[in-house]
Design a binder for this molecule. Structure first.
Ligand code: ADP
Ligand code: ZN
Ligand code: ZN
Length: 728
């Protein structure tokens, strides 16, 4: 038997690599980290070479051969390769799918690495007869004929022409390509403006980090909004860029990239690239290649950019590190913050986690001396911290859901030409439709949830959990009276109310329904930055990182939702939200005020945040988690189970829990199985089971073995979430 074979990670939901046979010539060519085209069942898939072997072996069946080697060199550096294999093991997710995270879409599809450099031309102008039998080849040929000087392959790709078709035409000597020069040389960084003179806290942080540029060292840069964290990043980045190294900066969402880029550009002349899901495939490939070749000095991206190959990485910065969007919530459920910490460790470079409201997870690492805590205690310049007020909705007289005191305050700010920000984390018109006569409520037939009423573009009922849309009934389906009434407030309803209360001022609503159009968000930001009085109303989109210099009053209309949740992390999220939203107020010269409307003014979280601050809250929460042995003081894995009935879930989970208990000799504690907080969603039933252990390695040891040997019946869908952030 031919002993020459390669191990390939194929993007299928299986955990092992697959062996493929190669010729001696291929064996010499291929190396770890290259893409190969392989047969898999009836498909042809793009896989990644994970290893090669030339020792004799015995097998009862003949191995399949690889179809093609797609690269000339490995596209992944050693460290990124290690990071990916570690991630697959740590998050217990199929290796082939994880490996694909390192590549942009076009390369995942098997397109050539030099796609953007290839320019295809016709060499045989009378080849029609030779391609009569292939429609695809005829299409490609016709398109190429339009431009005798040649067409770039990425343009052909966008027109639906496949690489295989071009290869077939090339083989028949009908077309050929030449390669345009692409320059992947890095440009040395030049300073474009002078750094600011750091205040003492900033100076301490900068000095401390700069001492550790040659090793792995994790820092938590903890400073209120506006305390000058970005200036610290910039000054450390400068040192790293001066050494000719790359800096990877991760931010929670695309919306924050333009403002961050412009601050980087005003400080540094160097090559900066952005990587996020909003780019088209060609742009993404281009930016990725700049990063992967070392041309890009600064790579700014969202979560998935953590897996970009970077040959020359010298520093990782993760801004707004508490933000939940760093954790992928479906499929491969990795946490970019944890992956980033491990990446920095492998790279032997420093990492800075920055936040005004550090996660309890990171503060626990500080507590365990795994992360160095750096605090910025002053707001840079003269900006003062806002004052927090709690408004008791049980006693306050109200109009349109706003307490009269708040209305009075808003009026006052607007008359002084200041801006107001109103926050409500609920889009739509109203969250419930109810009958006043018989108490009937409009519920989604497929979910355990109320329909939300929407009034645009017409009045209808919408389920935010499964997407179902229904006509709004005129009369109550139960008692037939004309007594249906919207209960509660969504942003659309508050917008109507504000327009009525403040007819002379602009009300700008920002939520998923109002800003879905490309560019509309930028227009809104432009308007906010002209210093006119206006009211900004929106959901959590407004809570993140933006600068609103003219906002002096912030109101959170309904903070109670977060306080009622069963999730032990809910108070942490609520405190972060209040502090982050508050951080939008008073960043300019004026002092800001924050109003919280609640039905539970006695809740301890308000007392802590009004009389103290987030840090006090965090300290208390850390202590509570420690004494209750909750994460991060225990490691957890959440199993989510989905089936057609609740019994199927519970039976199956009970059965596999028994196996695990037996195998793990009680080193793992098992909570549940219990129905998920929303048991029925889109017609399917959901249940949970949580695995907890004090020792991370032991937890993984048992679960890995158990998970690999599980027999999952076809009617059950089971997913696993390592270090879950949300229990839903
Ligand atoms: P953060 O990132 O913590 O929210 P920024 O770095 O954006 O804070 O700083 C807030 C504002 O303060 C910015 O306008 C910035 O230019 C200014 N600033 C930061 N550091 C200094 C400094 N040392 N001296 C003067 N202004 C500063
Ligand atoms: Zn009724
Ligand atoms: Zn639904």
């Amino acid at each position: 038997m031919n002993p020459l074979r390669v191990q390939v990670a194929v993007p299928v939901p299986l955990y092992d690599c697959f062996d493929y046979e190669v010729t001696a010539h291929q064996y010499a060519q291929v190396c770890v980290g290259m893409r190969v085209l392989v047969p898999f069942g009836r498909q042809r898939l793009v896989g990644i070479v994970m290893g090669k072997q030339d020792t004799p072996f015995e097998s009862s069946f003949k191995l399949k051969s690889i179809l093609d080697i797609l690269d000339e060199h490995s596209l992944i550096d050693d460290i990124t390769f290690k990071l990916l294999t570690w991630s697959s093991k740590y998050y217990l997710f199929p290796l082939g799918d994880v490996m694909h995270c390192a590549f942009p879409t076009l390369l995942r599809q098997g397109k050539p690495y030099n796609l953007l450099a290839r320019n295809w031309k016709i060499t045989d102008p009378n080849a029609q007869d030779k391609i009569k039998r292939s429609l695809k080849q005829q299409d490609a040929y016709k398109l190429l004929k339009l431009k005798p000087q040649g067409t770039p392959e990425n343009i052909l790709t966008m027109s639906g022409i496949e690489t295989a078709t071009l290869k077939a035409l090339e083989k028949k000597q009908i077309i050929e390509f030449d390669l345009q020069q692409i320059d992947f040389k890095p440009e040395p960084m030049k300073l474009a403006e002078m750094p600011l003179t750091p205040n003492p806290d900033q100076q301490t942080a900068i000095t401390h980090i700069n001492k550790e540029l040659k090793h792995y060292h994790a820092f938590l840069l903890d400073g209120v909004t506006g305390s000058g964290k970005t200036e610290v990043y910039l000054q450390v980045m400068q040192k790293v860029l001066e050494q000719g190294k790359q800096v990877l900066v991760l931010v929670p969402e695309i919306g924050l990239t333009p403002q961050t880029i412009s601050r980087f550009q005003s400080r540094f002349h160097c090559h900066i690239d952005v990587l996020h899901s909003g780019l088209n495939d060609t742009k993404r490939l281009q930016a990725w290649q700049h990063a992967q070749t070392g041309k890009a000095s600064i790579i700014l991206g969202t979560r998935s950019a953590i897996y970009t190959p970077l040959p020359n990485l010298g520093l990782i910065i993760l801004d707004e590190e508490h933000d939940l969007s760093f954790k992928q919530q479906e499929g491969f459920r990795y946490h970019a913050r944890d992956v980033a910490l491990y990446r920095a460790y492998l790279t032997k470079c420093p990492i800075i986690l920055g936040s005004a409201t550090p996660s309890i997870d990171s503060l626990a690492l500080v507590d365990q001396h795994k992360i160095t805590h750096l605090q910025l205690n002053q707001r840079a310049g003269n900006a003062l911290l806002p004052k927090v007020h709690v408004l008791d909705l049980k006693v306050a007289p109200k109009q349109h859901g706003l307490s009269e005191h708040l209305i009075h305050q808003i009026k006052d700010r607007l008359s002084k030409n200041e801006q107001v920000l109103i926050f409500l984390n609920r889009r739509g018109y109203a969250p419930v439709l109810m009958c006043e006569a018989c108490s009937w409520q409009a519920n989604c037939p497929r979910c355990d949830a109320h329909f939300t009423i929407h009034t645009h573009p017409y009045t209808h009922l919408h389920c935010h959990h499964c997407g179902l849309i229904q006509r709004m009934p005129d009369d109550c389906p139960e008692c037939k009276h004309n007594t249906l009434k919207p209960i509660g407030m969504g942003t659309a309803k508050v917008e109507d109310g504000l327009n009525e209360l403040f007819p002379d001022y602009d009300v700008i609503r920002v939520d998923r329904d109002s800003t879905s159009k490309v560019g509309s968000w930028q227009k809104i930001l432009d308007k906010i930055h002209q210093s006119q009085p206006l009211i900004l109303l929106g959901t959590q989109m407004l809570a993140k990182g933006h600068h609103f210099p003219y906002v002096t009053l912030v109101a959170i209309l309904d903070i109670d939702g977060g306080l009622l949740s069963v999730d032990f992390r809910a108070p942490e999220r609520t405190a972060q939200l209040i502090t982050q939203v508050s951080g939008r107020a008073g960043r300019g010269e004026q002092k800001g005020d924050v109003y919280l409307q609640t039905l539970r003014p006695e809740h301890p979280i308000f007392n802590t945040l009004v009389h103290h601050d987030y840090r006090t809250f965090a300290k208390e929460t850390l202590q509570e988690r420690k004494s209750a042995l909750l994460p991060p003081y225990r490691y957890t894995i959440l199993l989510r189970c989905e089936a057609r009935t609740a019994e199927q879930n519970l039976d199956f989970l009970t059965h596999i829990a028994e196996q695990l208990r037996h195998n793990s000799q009680n080193e793992i504690e098992i909570w549940g199985p219990i129905p998920a907080p929303m048991q029925r969603k889109a017609g399917r039933f959901h249940a949970h089971m949580v695995l907890l252990a004090t020792d991370r390695a032991r937890l993984h040891y048992y679960v890995e073995y158990w998970w690999a040997s599980l027999q999952i019946p076809p009617q059950i869908r089971l997913t696993l979430d390592v270090d879950p952030q949300e229990l839903n």
